[in-house]
Design a protein around this ligand. Sequence first.
Ligand SMILES: Nc1ncnc2c1ncn2[C@@H]1O[C@H](COP(=O)(O)OP(=O)(O)OP(=O)(O)O)[C@@H](O)[C@H]1O
Ligand SMILES: [Mg+2]
Length: 464
Amino acid sequence: MEVFRTVLVLDDSKTFLDDFDSLMSSSFVVLQAQTEREALEHLSRKKVDVMFLDLLLGDGLSGLDVLVRVKEIVPDLPIIMLTAHADVETAVEAMRLGAFHYVSKSPKIEELKTLIDKSLAERTLKRDYQVLREEVQRVSGKIVGNGSAIQELLLSIHRVAITDVTVLISGDSGTGKELVAREIHTASKRHERAFVAVNCGSLVKDLVESELFGHVKGSFTGAIQTKLGKFELADGGTIFLDEIGDLDNHSQVKLLRVLQEKEIDRVGGTTPIPVNVRVIAATNRDLFTMTQKGDFREDLFYRLNVYPISIPPLRQHKEDIPLLVEHFLRQYEIQLSRPRLRVSPVTLEHLMEYSWPGNVRELENVIQRAILLSPTNIVEPEHLPKEIAENKIPTTEGMSLPDLEREAKERAARVAIYRALEQTNWNIREAAKTLGVPEKTLYDKCSKLGIKLRNKSQSQTGQF
Ligand SMILES: Nc1ncnc2c1ncn2[C@@H]1O[C@H](COP(=O)(O)OP(=O)(O)OP(=O)(O)O)[C@@H](O)[C@H]1O
Ligand SMILES: [Mg+2]
């Protein structure tokens, strides 16, 4: 049986309502309302799929006001405005306020059906997207790390997010510069507006200006249409200028002007256009040294470096490796539908020993590859790249038997402790319980084995 969609129509003219009804009632359930109150009553009682709303409601009541009020009650209800005459200006204003579309007051049934289908499809898409986005955000896009380095990083991110100042993020390749930039945007009041990422290193030299600031039709060969630049696309939001050290001198001058004047010049344009954009730049090069050598403009450097954030390489916060590994395993569980993935203790130890020149990105890739290579849900050293699996867990060659035994015991203890800490989210009391030792013993063991305990309760207790 075909399920009829319910359409609500609000118009002050009874004649129009009846005409509309006779046009639509063979394909839809039509609810009529002659006043805003009647419309709201319908909305509170019935599940309405689409609403048609007259722009001019008589008694000086504007359809725009009703639109805003209905949107407050049912935010994702598709609303199509009815316009008596070609009042396109107001119709456009209605769309800006959230109406789905507008249609003339002598509508054709086919036109209406198409509009209704489109509006419902768009709503479904938006809902799916919302669900997907929430799911993806839940497991990815999260900055992971329990150690003090990452905790401090999170603090500075949230400190700067509430301001509008320019941020310069520096860090080696794969350390999470883009992730941090996105987090700043997400935590800022601009989060509902665009985050536009531009990789300055991959821009074609002659097109840098046009990419960043846009161009006017006909301003150069190939400019067949007026095009908005990234700054205009990011208006109201955040622009992320990645690999800023790769920008040539000419573009540096242009960028400096934008930062100072808060307006851009489209290539070939005659008047500057004001833009309201928060700038976050990132680099894996040492910009300061570059300014000393004359490779980067000093004035621009200081404009960008208002709030510097430096992300440490992974080898300097190895204590976060177990948590990062867990984090990536959880992501792939969802992406690959592989339940209960984990790494064996000895694998974890290999991962902790390695120096990670490619930082978190490399770790992420290694885990992904290992999962694909492992036939079970457990990752073993053989699934790791050679340089990691063969990397010492320090050499045992030439060691005496007692030394070997002590070494093996220590290694086993270290692995067990890491696992317990990991499982308890680095809660020492819980971990000690799991391991069946008093808390004090666990502290001593960690100290002896060089395991750094890093959360608030420990840093107050002292250095382990
Ligand atoms: N602390 C972290 N927690 C969770 N994931 C992280 C962390 N740091 C980095 N990542 C992940 O590692 C990958 C690399 O991060 P990102 O792209 O932000 O690095 P980058 O510094 O911009 O690298 P590049 O210089 O190569 O562009 C991403 O998938 C990111 O989600
Ligand atoms: Mg990057």
